[in-house]
Design a binder for this molecule. Sequence first.
Ligand code: FA5
Length: 339
Amino acid sequence: MKDALKTLEKESQAAIDQAKTLEDVETLRLRYLSKKGQVSQLMTQLRDLPAEDRPAFGQAVNTLKMAIEKALYDQKQALENEALLARLDQEKIDVTLPGYRFYQGAIHPLNQVIEDVEDLFVGLGYEVAEGPELENDHYNFEMMNLDKDHPARAMQDTFYTDETMLLRTHTSPVQARAMLAKSGQPLKIICPGKTYRRDDDDPTHSHQFMQIEGLVIDRHVTFGHLKDALLTMARHLFGPDRDIRLRPSYFPFTEPSVEVDVSYVKKDGSTGYIEILGAGRVHPNVLRMGGYDPATFQGFAFGVGVERIAMLKYHIDDIRHFYTHDLRFLNQFKGGGQS
Ligand code: FA5
């Protein structure tokens, strides 16, 4: 009986050590430990032994059973470990595979133009000023020398929200706000922002567009200073070979007033001019309302359409592209846009 126990111990240990797969381990578990397994069968032989030998034999069978259980458990662990290592080995990251493409946004072309113009003028000592888009008639028109019944109000068809409030028709009201805030001190500002007019949308007009206003007030400011600022801006935006042309115009808030064209080379090689902005010397009435004595202070101001600049710079033929959010259009301006 004892020999049978010893033989089973040796044989089971060897068989378990040889098990190559988890299925082999399970087959061995059934062979040795199931109800009809070899260990259980040894137990059935207990009754053939003399009574005094039974406890020692029972204990020896139990010890064998525990040893087999442990051997099966250890082998199972070893095989599972091996399998895990093999899988990890196979799952190595292949760093040569192409990566995922992450969608990357970009600055809107109109904001690129604004940032570019801001950088230029901040470098020339200007401050950036802002004002509300929902503006009071007082700042949008009256402080810009356009009384309630001024016929030139018709130049800017307006969205009123009530008797006094409107969506600003230009960035010029920021001039008035900046002058009052400076309390008669010299100032140099540019004011970028959205503006609104009751214009019908077409390739060159939008009911909402953007302007950048410039205003300089100081002693001894001349028309030459205005021309220099505008020429510097035109060459910064469009290249050193560009020229500007000033044409007499009319704005109630400047006197004299000009419209400014920038030169470009046509397909046939000749030079053409395209209007980009309105400008002029600040009207004495505007200076007075802003708290400046026109006998001591002079100023110049300009207002440029941002879309107009972007259209010229990037050769875009329809202003509506900027506002339709078509990614095929916008993606062309990644990394600063094309020139
Ligand atoms: C003005 O708005 C004046 N405030 C500019 C100014 C400021 C003159 C300071 C003198 C001193 P105007 O209405 O011309 O002027 O508009 C200026 C620019 O805004 C135009 O040259 C054009 O580029 C742009 N603009 C005007 N209306 C529209 C529109 N509906 N859609 C797109 N751009 C427009």
